[in-house]
Write a protein that binds this ligand. Structure first.
Ligand code: FES
Length: 102
């Protein structure tokens, strides 16, 4: 399991215990974090799963397709990721902020 601390859009904090076999997006959705819409179901084509992750060590490299999608967003930062593309199997703890709605 991975412990994830979530900063929601309204500023509130949540903590979830996440299954390492699932993506970050799937874990957030399963835990009732409905700030994450995930309209495309994880196919890297909607960006409604946009999050910020300060410490991305252990999460693997971002693909060019993910970087291209993020580059189209108004609220993109250096810490941006599509949570549907983030695998958490190699980390025990993660701090995630839900990005503003586009
Ligand atoms: S769920 Fe659509 S890009 Fe992540």
């Amino acid at each position: 399991m991975t412990t994830i601390q979530v900063i929601r859009r309204n500023g509130s904090l949540a903590q979830i215990e996440a299954a390492q076999a699932l993506s970050l997006m799937e874990n957030l959705r399963r835990s009732g974090i409905d700030d994450i819409i995930a309209l495309c179901g994880g196919n890297r084509s909607c960006a409604t799963c946009h999050v910020y992750i300060d410490d991305q060590s252990g999460l693997g490299e971002m693909t060019k397709d993910e970087a291209d999608m993020l580059s189209c967003l108004i609220h993109q930062r250096d810490q941006s990721r599509l949570s549907c593309q983030v695998l958490i199997h190699a980390v025990d703890y993660l701090r995630v902020e839900i990005a503003p709605e586009e």
